[in-house]
Design a binder for this molecule. Structure first.
Ligand code: DGJ
Length: 714
């Protein structure tokens, strides 16, 4: 449906309608804040009036007044002790009393928007709450702008993007991801306790340990029940605080982490938070995932229509020891397999023979590539592949020409020795000269070498967040400005090189978020390439982020990290669930193995539109049999692919029926040489036999016609 915003001037209230239902809030009388009314089923104008006429929710003496779930934008001040989205110190001291001062509505194409302006005259601050709605989507977007309208500056102690209030439910579960390096995006779902449950990053980057999204459900399953989910489009430190009070509704306050931040707004200036997006699903986690994927494909992703190429990456094969002829040898074999993009990982530049030196010196190492980069890129192009390079532009090794020239460019407290991680320090991207250097260096690299793709890595978080050895400018917030600086470089690089493909990486999946997905084509999910470990990592990833952004490689066995050996087909079937890549030492393979790789790559390219751009379903009912099955149906419904992974079958062969979803029950589909109805595929399912360890299968189902063939003709 087309989204709309209803203004009910008599209440006064606003009702925002989209595919998720209605979201409503009222404007309080003079001196009172905006009052949250509803986020749920579609309501009529009279329903909204009814909700608005009821007095606020229960509170007991000593509680916050008002409770934060009764407010649309809880701003600290007065008797507020709950979570707040905003905390400002201004000329009037601490605290805010915001009063409605007008609104504006707009609709353009697939989007509708509402902006509500609030003012605190004493603090000389104007706050605008922005809402966005999208056609055919349950997703709502919210941002807050804070403007210093007086002569004096404001100090922003906390500026979250939104407080999302859920309707009251007797029980709620909270779902979020946790993890670490090599173990990213592991799902956890637990009953939500009363009090505050906080997920956050204080690292200046998204983190391996969590991600800025959360889901709450009132007893939902994969395919049924209510789920609310909120996410933040931000790649720096973030915070999601879920508050479940003793009585009343649960709230999710989400935004840039206020820990250690000190943002100042100069007189006349405005700071706008990143956007938080949220949705309501009434069809369980499957509905939530479908809505998140669809939203990103239509409103976030870079070139969503572009099928991501099958890539080869040299890291696990050759690490830092790269060179023209040796990489070309790998490239020839990769081309034979059907690889479309060849990527030289770390080690091609400066004095980079290990992690201890060279970062910052983005000129080719003449010993490794004596003819320079351009002839190598041309050789790869001549093999019919695109060519890519690894870079880590935000970092510097103290043992580098860049650091020797600009020691003042690194983030550190001037009086303290900066702490190294992986032998490196972080460049201060809040500085304009650093950003200019980075942009020019990368731009030149792309233009002069002719590469088509950059893998943009970042192998450490920020620590000791000082401006560096130069005097720190007044009133600057390094945490926020770092992330905005990073976005600025990525955005300008894109403008200058519109055809350039970029993969985001941070020591594996350390920076996976909507902010990076808006600026890159895909992300490196995890350095853990073990196919078995990838099952939960990729499952957690799939909850919010679409498969065409999830890089997944087939690498050698035993796996470098886990020492586990799994069959080639199993590794392929795991990696085919995202953007397929190959990352082993191809020189070790004989002609037969190369042929096998070629066949599996071809199987992937056949199902690629469905995997990368179609509708994904995590198939149910198989977990207790130890089988993980994911279905991908192409956007036009003509092809469905099911990738099945059975790590271990106990007590002999396991005969399973795997039930598909989302097909046309009346349609005729070809599967395994036979023609069957969609009803059969969804109700009885397809057969899968798991035997021993690491069984796997790719089942391809193609649509033949609208109506079932007459019986007897099958
Ligand atoms: C960490 C990445 O996740 C790896 O894939 C690889 O690019 C290394 N960095 C290179 O240093």
């Amino acid at each position: 449906m087309l989204p709309s915003v209803r203004h009910l001037p008599d209440v006064p209230a606003f009702a925002l309608d989209n595919d998720g239902g209605t979201y409503a809030f009222a404007v309080g009388p003079e001196g009172e804040p905006l009052r949250h009314l509803h986020w749920g089923a579609r309501l009529t104008d009279d329903d909204i009036r009814d909700l608005a006429s009821a007095s606020g929710s229960r509170w007991r003496t000593f509680d916050s007044v008002p409770r934060n779930h009764d407010e649309e934008l809880p701003a600290w001040g007065g008797q507020r002790y709950d979570d707040v989205a905003l905390k400002v110190t201004g000329p009037g001291g601490g605290g805010l009393r915001l009063t409605y001062a007008g609104h504006s509505l707009a609709a353009a194409g697939a989007e509708a928007s509402l902006a509500v302006r609030l003012v605190d005259a004493l603090q000389e601050v104007a706050v605008t709450v922005h809402y966005r709605l999208f056609a055919d989507s349950p997703v709502l977007g919210r941002r807050v702008s804070i403007e210093a309208i007086g002569e004096r500056r404001l100090l922003l102690d906390a500026a979250c993007s939104a407080t999302w209030t859920l309707p009251e439910r007797a029980r709620l579960n909270v779902t979020a991801v946790y993890g670490g390096w090599g173990a990213e995006t592991q799902l956890q779902r637990a009953p939500l306790v009363r009090g505050r449950t906080v997920f956050e990053s204080r690292k200046g980057m998204t983190g391996h340990h969590g991600q800025p999204w959360v889901a709450l459900d009132a007893g939902a399953s994969e395919t049924s029940g209510e789920v609310w989910s909120a996410a933040l489009e931000w790649s720096g430190s973030w915070k999601t605080s879920v508050q479940r009070p003793s009585e009343g509704s649960t709230t999710v306050t989400i935004g840039v982490n206020d820990f250690d931040s000190a943002l100042e707004i100069a007189s006349g200036a405005t700071f706008t938070t990143p956007e938080s997006v949220a949705l309501r699903s009434t069809t369980g986690f499957d509905g939530m995932t479908a809505a998140w994927h669809d939203y990103q494909r239509r409103f976030v992703l870079r070139e969503p229509e572009l099928l991501r190429p099958v890539l080869y990456n040299s890291w696990e094969a050759t690490e830092f020891d790269v060179g023209h002829q040796q990489q070309l040898e790998l490239a020839r074999i990769a081309a034979e397999m059907g690889v479309e993009l060849f990527v030289v990982d770390d080690g091609w530049f400066g004095a980079r023979d290990s992690a201890a030196a060279g970062l910052g010196d983005w000129t080719v190492n003449p010993r490794k590539f004596p003819d320079g980069l351009a002839p190598f890129v041309a050789d790869v192009h001549a093999l019919g592949m695109r060519c890519g390079l690894w870079v880590e532009p935000e970092m510097v090794n103290p043992d580098s020409d860049l650091y020797r020239a600009h020691p003042e460019w690194v983030i550190r407290f001037p009086e303290r020795e900066p702490a190294l991680r992986r032998g490196q320090l972080v460049l201060n991207l809040a500085r304009e000269d650093v950003r200019d250097w980075m942009l020019e260096t990368l731009s030149r690299l792309v233009a002069e070498s002719g590469v088509d793709y950059l893998k943009w890595d970042a192998n450490r978080p920020i620590a000791d967040p000082g401006w560096g050895t130069d005097p720190a400018p007044e009133g600057r917030d390094l945490w926020t400005e770092y992330t905005l600086g990073l976005y600025g470089v990525l955005d300008t690089l894109r403008e200058r090189h519109p055809a350039l493909l970029i993969e985001a990486c941070a020591g594996g999946g350390g920076r996976v978020d909507l902010g990076m997905l808006r600026r890159t084509h895909q992300v490196w999910t995890s350095d853990n390439t073990d196919a078995l470990d990838r099952i939960p990592i990729q499952r957690g990833y799939s909850y919010v982020y679409p498969p065409q952004t999830m890089s997944a490689w087939v690498t050698d066995v035993p796996n470098f990290l886990t020492k586990r050996s799994t069959p080639l087909r199993f590794r392929f079937h795991a990696a085919m669930r995202g953007v397929l890549g190959i990352g082993g030492d191809l020189r070790r393979l004989g002609p037969e193995a190369i042929g096998e790789h070629r066949e599996l790559v071809a199987e992937y390219t056949r199902i690629r539109p469905a995997v990368q751009q179609g509708r994904m379903h995590r198939l149910e009912g198989l977990d207790e049999r130890g089988v993980d099955a994911v279905q991908y149906t192409s956007a036009d419904g003509s092809l469905a692919a099911v990738l099945l992974l059975a790590p271990s079958a106990a007590f002999g062969p396991q005969h399973l029926r795997v039930r598909l979803r989302g097909l046309d029950p009346d349609g005729v589909y070809r599967h395994g040489g036979r023609e069957v109805s969609g009803a059969l595929l969804m109700d009885a399912g397809v057969r899968f036999v798991a035997t021993g360890d690491y069984s796997s299968a790719l089942e391809v189902i193609e649509r033949v016609s609208e109506r079932p063939a007459p019986s007897g003709s099958r």
